[in-house]
Design a binder for this molecule. Structure first.
Ligand code: CP3
Length: 334
């Protein structure tokens, strides 16, 4: 094996419901947030996919919605329905007073990272948070949404209130990530999963500027930390994003302008991605071909193999094993 050219590999949602060992823990511990705040369980879950598949990155087990929880919003996860939050209309609806009080409420997560740091061996440890707009989306919608009507009209009709909330979210995310870095994260990923909802000035104000600020502050705090950005669904706006946001790794979904790979290479940015989780779900010869396609598409770039979004709950672990072996065999045959 040529270790110099080895493509590292991990998966978004690598710890989750497709793993029998995860489901076993969740069958006993039914409150999802409590699991996120239990350092012993959360670190065990983070390490489950590493033990099973020997992946190259460990990702902290937590959720992006711990931030609204820290801000005093009610957050619960209903079985088979995803998250539920009491809908808010402005910062007045939050019991938010000061940053440190918020961080205290979620400080167990830093303990999880410390445990992972002392068990990570040669693996890299990823901490994360949601992008401020993506978190705002859940806070305003009160959970998952198909149409996103509430958030879209909120930022148009109540721009001032939206900006106030965005400012709080951006500042809190920065402090939260700094603590994660102090607790042992080597990388941080910012999940801006709903970046694709916005266009033009709104994309610049709600996606580019806050993400640029987070990167800048984290880099200023710790020069060596690697920042992974995931502005999912940005399409042509990926170009604007790269122009303005300091980025060590750009995580790509399947739809991006082809010249972006050249720009990333010129800027020394690693690209991460981008196999569809549906392909992993399907498996078989179709998956084998698609995995090689991804490896070829990114062959002129520094590349971290990943999916274009998280592993789906019904995914067969055999498909995951197969995928990893294709990537590793491809490397050793080059
Ligand atoms: O990637 C990992 O393995 C680390 C842990 C992680 C989780 N959520 C655990 C989780 C990470 C990085 C996240 C990020 C997250 N959470 C995002 C951004 C990425 C994306 O998917 O777009 C978002 C939008 C959330 C909010 C969230 N959490 C939703 C909408 C849901 C319900 C939908 C679903 O997939 O169940 C969750 C729950 C959640 N977060 C689960 C896990 C393992 C499932 C909980 C369970 O039933 O056990």
């Amino acid at each position: 094996m040529n270790s110099v050219n080895k493509t590292p590999i991990w998966f978004m949602r690598q710890a989750g419901r497709y793993l029998p060992e995860y489901k076993k823990i969740r069958s006993v511990h039914t409150d999802f947030l409590k699991v996120c705040f239990d350092p012993s369980l959360a670190s065990e879950i983070s390490l489950q996919p590493i033990k099973r598949f020997d992946l190259d990155f460990i990702i902290l087990f937590a959720d992006i919605l711990v931030i609204p929880y820290a801000l005093g919003q009610k957050v619960t996860f209903l079985k088979n329905h995803g998250p539920w939050l009491n809908k808010i209309n402005s910062k007045k609806d939050l019991s938010y007073h000061n940053m440190n009080r918020c961080l205290d409420k979620i400080s167990n997560i830093f303990e999880t990272l410390q445990i992972l740091k002392s068990n990570k061996q040669d693996k890299k440890l990823i901490g994360f948070c949601g992008g401020p707009f993506t978190v705002l989306n859940y806070m305003i919608e009160g959970g998952s949404s198909k149409s996103h009507l509430r958030i879209k009209s909120f930022i148009k009709e109540n721009k001032k209130k939206a900006c106030e909330l965005m400012e709080i979210l951006t500042e809190l995310s920065i402090e939260y990530l700094k603590k994660q870095v102090e607790s042992g994260a080597d990388y941080i990923q910012i999940f801006e999963s709903w970046a694709g909802l916005l266009e033009k000035e709104e994309y610049v104000d709600f996606i580019v500027k806050p993400n640029a600020k987070i990167s800048k502050e984290i880099k200023r705090f710790a020069r060596k930390i690697k920042v992974i950005h995931f502005p999912r669904g940005s399409k042509l706006n990926y170009r604007i994003f790269l122009e303005h946001v300091e980025c060590d790794v750009l995580s790509l979904d399947e739809d991006f302008p082809k010249d972006l790979l050249t720009t990333a290479a010129e800027k020394g940015i690693t690209v991460q991605g981008n196999l569809s989780p549906l392909v992993l779900l399907e498996g078989g010869k179709y998956m084998e071909k698609k995995v090689v396609d991804v490896l070829k598409n990114f062959s002129d770039n520094k590349h971290i193999f990943n999916l274009s979004h998280g592993v789906l709950p019904n995914t067969n672990v055999k498909n995951v094993e197969k995928l990893i072996s294709i990537v590793r065999k491809y490397e050793s045959s080059r």
